[in-house]
Design a protein around this ligand. Structure first.
Ligand code: NI
Length: 256
């Protein structure tokens, strides 16, 4: 067994509306053997499950992204609980805090972040965390809630922050951003993270790695993240592919 596991993709995104099946076939013909389709709102939670039912190698998460919590209700929490019982739902996410845009009130974000963390703990499921510009508040809430099973995705923080996340027991995931010329801070962080705690992802359709930067991204490009990890950590590429895949299977409870 040696294939890539793209642990974070958004195949439900409207950028794939015209050719979704063709893109999925392209991904299947690359060396990608597992893929998590990550939900960002209620609609994409349902869509992720639909994709997971249709394609053997696709798994789903359910959850509401911090930028989409404005209209969230308790009824949504009940529905997420129901959706999470589907055999191919492997995590609650992506959830967290995003203070980059001021379109969602921080207090509201924190409220629904805590509610969804409680849900994950109730269900004994790992979490997929989105943390953008939260100035440490996201990690504080994870600590407050005693969360130790999950992944901080699209990591671009410092080596110090990485160590804090590792201490909590969490995994850290990198996108194609590590292949960018200005990724010095992320590279420094990558150096201190043991390979056993690393995951790889595309966050497609966004974040296309070099030399595809600016194009629509898809999971067939995830090998570029593995190549960069191999280069920085001086670990053979086949080992990076195998170990990050095993890490993901273990965290998300997938046996294949
Ligand atoms: Ni995402």
């Amino acid at each position: 067994m040696n294939f890539l596991y793209d642990t974070h993709a958004h195949l439900d995104d409207s950028m794939f509306d015209k050719d979704r099946d063709a893109v999925i076939h392209k991904i299947q013909n690359s060396n990608v053997g597992l893929l998590n389709n990550i939900a960002a709102d209620m609609e994409s939670s349902r869509f992720s499950i639909k994709l997971a039912e249709e394609y053997d190698f696709i798994y789903a998460t359910v959850g509401v992204h911090p930028s989409d919590v404005l209209s969230m209700t308790n009824h949504d929490i009940d529905e997420l609980r129901k959706l999470s019982k589907h055999p191919k739902v492997v995590a609650i996410g992506e959830i967290g805090l995003d203070y980059h845009y001021d379109d969602a009130d921080p207090d509201l974000q924190k409220y629904w972040f805590r509610e969804q963390l409680d849900l994950a703990r109730d269900l004994n499921m790992p979490v997929v965390i989105h943390d953008r510009d939260s100035k440490g508040e996201c990690l504080s809430i994870l600590k407050e809630k005693n969360i130790s099973r999950g992944v901080v995705h699209c990591f671009s923080g410092s080596a110090e922050t990485a160590k804090e996340i590792l201490k909590m027991g969490m995994h850290i995931s990198f996108t194609g951003v590590v292949t960018f010329k200005n990724a010095r801070r992320a590279i420094e962080a990558l150096k201190v993270i043991p390979i056993e705690r690393l995951l790889i992802e595309t966050d497609s359709p966004y974040m296309a790695p070099e030399p595809f930067r600016g194009q629509r991204n898809d999971s067939s490009f995830v090998y570029r993240v593995a190549e960069k990890i191999s280069e920085v950590k001086e670990i053979p590429l086949e080992d990076v592919i195998r170990i990050t895949c095993e890490n993901g299977m273990k965290l998300f409870g997938i046996s294949k």
